[in-house]
Design a protein around this ligand. Structure first.
Ligand code: ZN
Length: 501
């Protein structure tokens, strides 16, 4: 077979998959924002049909033949071809190693687990949830054996979310974070300076919140002609195409942070997708590279930009003009309040400092489960011990503890570490950007966000899946992935806010 023709066919197949996937995402957006309840069972069957169709297409033996025809050809000297072929080969091998019956069993157990979890969590019924958890663990173990791994079972699960990530790299990364982060939390708790967070719980009318968000996001660089903002119960960003990347949020009239910082977070995800190269759409070069890198974008915009003093030096006068709740509040007081650090039980409500400890705990427990050193029955106790050790708080219920997240209910083991990886990447990227561009906060204070966005476009977005995530970060920052930039940032920022000595 002619290599050129084979490559062309792979591109066409990739585009076909991308169009089908785009309809799936559009239907998913509709399901979570607009669709009437009585249509949901039908939508679930439609998704099952689509995913069966997509699975058949990605495991079609023809793909293996086409890749064979290109891999030893001169066409591989073209770096674009080489990058696409490498990613296609990886995806194809992983997909075809999983028997269809196992894939179906995993999907079914995940969806049963998630709906059971939603009910059982309300009743705080750990014993009822345990069989679902055990089933998911057992299936994921079988899955790991099917796709294969070098060192240990857990690596096969990490690989689903972060290509090339290994337990042997994660353990030292988390170890590096653990001591300094727990000490920083303790020092902050002992600090006498505390923010006045009551100011964030005054009355913030929904319409004003929405108008304010719609004013800010386009100025950050979220192209509203290639996106939109809607309301939902569980906020998300979803890509149809770089020309159509939508975000959602939820409003609380008695809490400023949720909708505002949530929207900036989702816009960070969306700006990444809007910045992917359109000419490569439907091929790996046009796709986002990993969950960790995705999360680095959202967290950078949410925290490094949105929670910075520079950002609010620019926006606080406009916030004050819009919200009468802020009439007696000054800039520094507001910045301190939106950066409050407080150990809490719930991960999704955690601040920048304690967040990584919530993830560390989950990572250690997942690893112990898959290494067989922890039995699922003993999870709640292990959970509580670690909460006490890292955060100094202990949940009184399962719902506020081991049953708080949907991830394990749906069999998503190996997913949690990508959140902290996102924080690690974000800090490393931001440091590198400032080395090249100079201090960015003074620019934010002038309302200049394009220098940062353009830098991210150049160093991260435009590459799609050209390099595996760790290599992308190393190329963008000139250094291997490290927790040190994140620790430097947290120490400096929170040391100043809380006047730590
Ligand atoms: Zn996110």
């Amino acid at each position: 077979m002619d290599a050129k023709a084979a490559y062309q066919e792979l591109i066409e197949r990739g585009r076909e998959l991308a169009y089908l996937g785009a309809f799936g995402n559009l239907a998913g957006w509709d399901l979570r924002t607009k669709s009437p309840k009585k249509g949901h069972p039908h939508r679930a069957r439609a998704f099952a049909t689509l995913s069966r169709l997509l699975h058949q297409k990605v495991t079609d033996p023809r793909i293996g033949e086409l890749l064979d025809a290109i891999e030893d050809s001169a066409l591989m000297e073209d770096p674009d071809v080489a990058a696409n072929v490498r990613a296609w080969r990886r995806d194809y091998e992983r997909a075809t190693r999983v028997p269809e019956s196992l894939a179906a069993e995993i999907a079914e157990a995940a969806s049963r687990g998630e709906s059971a979890w939603a009910e059982l969590r309300k009743k705080d019924d750990w014993q009822g949830f345990l069989p679902h958890l055990k089933k998911n663990i057992e299936l994921k173990r079988t899955y790991a054996e099917a796709v294969g791994y070098e060192d240990e079972v857990y690596d096969a699960l990490l690989e689903d979310y972060e290509e090339g990530l290994r337990t042997r790299d994660l353990v030292p990364l988390f170890e590096e974070l653990k001591g300094p982060a727990t000490r920083l939390v303790r020092r902050i708790m002992e600090a006498s300076k505390k923010p006045r967070t009551e100011i964030l719980h005054r009355h913030y009318p929904k319409a004003d919140q929405e108008a304010f968000i719609l004013e800010v996001l386009p100025e950050l660089g979220y192209d509203m002609e290639a996106g939109r903002l809607d309301e939902t119960a569980h906020p998300f960003a979803i890509r149809i195409h770089p020309g159509d990347v939508r975000i959602t949020t939820r409003y609380f009239e008695d809490f400023f942070n949720a909708a505002f910082f949530g929207s900036v977070h989702e816009a960070g995800h969306a700006m990444y997708e809007q910045g992917l190269p359109e000419e490569h759409w439907g091929t790996p070069l046009g796709e986002s590279v990993s969950l960790g890198v995705h999360e680095s974008q959202s967290r950078m915009w949410e925290n490094r930009v949105g929670r910075s003093r520079g950002f609010w030096a620019h926006y606080f006068p406009r916030a004050k003009a819009r919200f009468s709740a802020l009439s007696d509040v000054d800039l520094d007081e507001f910045v301190f309040a939106v950066n409050e650090v407080k150990p809490s039980l719930i991960r999704v409500e955690a601040d920048e400092v304690t967040y990584n400890l919530h993830i560390l705990l989950r990572f250690e427990l997942e690893l112990a489960l898959f290494r067989g050193t922890l039995a699922p029955e003993d999870l709640p106790e292990a959970w509580n011990q670690k909460m006490e050790a890292y955060l100094g708080v202990v949940p009184k219920t399962y719902a506020e503890g081991v049953m708080q997240d949907v991830h394990w209910a749906g069999g998503a083991f190996g997913y949690f570490p990508t959140y902290t990886l996102g924080n690690v990447y974000a800090a490393q990227l931001f440091e590198a950007a400032e080395r090249e561009l100079g201090a960015l906060e003074p620019r934010f204070a002038e309302g200049a966000f394009a220098p940062l966005l353009n830098w991210l476009r150049e160093k991260v977005h435009r590459h799609g899946r050209r390099y595996p995530p760790a290599e992308l970060i190393a190329r963008a920052t000139g250094a291997q992935v490290s927790a040190r930039p994140l620790l430097r940032y947290l120490e400096e920022k929170f040391g100043a806010l809380y006047e730590l000595t």
